[in-house]
Design a binder for this molecule. Structure first.
Ligand SMILES: C[S@@+](CC[C@H](N)C(=O)[O-])C[C@H]1O[C@@H](n2cnc3c(N)ncnc32)[C@H](O)[C@@H]1O
Length: 434
């Protein structure tokens, strides 16, 4: 096996250390800037090499012993070897760098980051399931780092503890089913009170299997759903009527209901703080009409609707739009309306959403290029809050807002939605400067 020694200069966007011992660039898992490490080669491309730390010769003061025994093997986390504040510093630096390099935006000082408890924060997870007889049967867990094997997890410290406590029993549950090799995935979702499991299955469950699952659900007090096909095939196996999953915002004054496969933010505490921050930054006034793009089940729309004249939420998944309307009703909110629309479609060029005083955008990782290019110049909202889960597309879209429509970046902060992973969110505020 090839071994090398190198000084680690920086971190990549996905948390790998960068070193150039022989002039060639190497990306090293679990290496920290400022360290000298020996590493073994795990991959070799023409332009760069991949490696894994073998020994840390000169450690960084930010290095800590990873808390989880699966760290390094499990693909769920990539930064546990970095102290929590150093993780956040890394994310803040990455945000500034991307805004600078890709967006050409000088961000000045960041506002203080939004963060919550570093462990037990994940309320949603998609667990892989695989039959591996030579490893004792069914394995349940996240995928391993950089391959498609499953790490069999007995615990996960980032999962909400109500979900994590199920892990030791999930593989014996699946092992006991007649079609155990035809269950590729379990999706888990937790609300403030209830937890649901969604079992994806490629063959029909026997009557006995269904009884086993019902009993498991009852003894663990969880809702059990089955998914034989696409997301619209999901049905609830729990024989009695089950309450909707629900989370509260503003100390429970707003209730948001969702079904287990609906998009919802994974980190509840950070989401509460992020929604509060977004609402405050939009300076909602009684006369305002706000457009909430990529609105999901109404996470931002409903708190905003309580403070302004009208909110119009737009989203391309009909089930989420339907849920947004139901959530408005549930909260006695009559000034929030919702529309199904593809916000990446060229029809956006002709869409007239009416008067828009302020705009909230919370797109997927691919960003909001079409909204920034075609919609914003026509609507010219006085304030824009852009919630992003990808600093690279935020930077690209910021450049468009600033250079083509005359916006100024008023503030920017990181949102630590996914501690111990290299993923991050950011909240940017733009104001019209002309
Ligand atoms: C990051 S989520 C934000 C959801 C919501 N704002 C929240 O906080 O829960 C992005 C949302 O964009 C929606 N979406 C993805 N592609 C879209 C498209 N082409 N047009 C409109 N909405 C889309 C997704 O369904 C998802 O609800």
């Amino acid at each position: 096996m090839d071994r090398f020694e190198g000084y680690v200069e920086s971190l990549t966007h996905d948390g790998r250390g960068v070193t150039k011992p022989d002039g060639k660039v190497w990306f090293i898992d679990s290496a920290i800037p400022g360290e000298t490490v020996t590493f073994v080669k795990t991959g070799n491309r023409k332009a760069y090499g991949l490696g894994r730390v073998e020994q840390v010769l000169v450690p960084s003061p930010d290095r800590v012993v990873p808390a989880c025994p699966y760290f390094g093997q499990c693909g769920g986390c990539s930064l546990q070897h970095l102290e929590a504040n150093a993780q956040l510093r890394f994310k803040e630096q990455l945000l500034v760098q991307q805004m600078n390099k890709i967006g050409g935006v000088d961000v000045g000082a960041l506002k203080s980051s939004i963060k919550g408890p570093p462990w037990g924060y994940r309320r949603k997870a998609r667990l892989g399931v695989r039959l591996v007889p030579k490893k004792g049967g069914i394995l349940v867990g996240f995928r391993e780092k950089r391959n498609s094997y499953i790490t069999n997890l007995d615990n996960c410290m980032t999962l909400d503890h109500r979900i994590a406590r199920l892990l030791p029993s999930l593989n014996s549950l699946i092992n006991s089913l007649s079609i155990r090799e035809k269950v590729p995935q379990i999706e888990v979702a937790a609300g403030d009170r209830d937890i649901a499991l969604v079992l994806r299955h490629l063959k029909a469950f026997s009557t006995r299997d269904q009884e086993v699952l019902v009993n498991y659900g009852q003894s663990n007090r969880i809702q059990c759903y089955l998914q034989p096909g696409g997301t619209d095939s999901i049905w609830c196996l729990t024989p009695t009527e089950v309450p909707m999953l629900e989370y509260g915002l503003e100390n429970g004054k707003i209730k948001i209901q969702f079904s287990p496969t609906d998009f919802t933010q994974v980190n509840h505490r950070v989401n509460q703080l992020m929604v509060e921050a977004a609402v405050e930054e939009l300076e909602p006034g009684g006369q305002d009409r706000i457009l909430d793009l990529f609105c999901g089940v109404g996470n931002f729309s409903l708190p905003l609707a309580k403070r302004v004249a009208e909110v119009h939420g737009v989203e391309n998944v009909p089930a989420l739009v339907d849920r947004g309307m139901k959530n408005a009703k549930l909260n006695d909110i009559s000034n929030a309306n919702f529309e199904i629309r593809d916000l990446y479609a060229s029809s956006l060029r002709d869409w007239d959403p009416g008067r828009v005083d302020k705009l909230l955008i919370d797109p997927p990782r691919s960003g909001a290029f079409e909204v920034a290019t075609w919609l914003v110049p026509r609507l010219t909202p006085q304030l824009i809050v852009y919630v992003s889960c990808n600093p690279a597309t935020l930077a690209r879209d910021s450049r468009i807002l600033i250079t083509r429509s005359g916006y100024r970046l008023r503030s920017l902060r990181a949102v630590d939605m996914f501690p111990h992973t290299a993923h991050m969110e950011a909240l940017a505020v733009f104001e019209l400067s002309r």
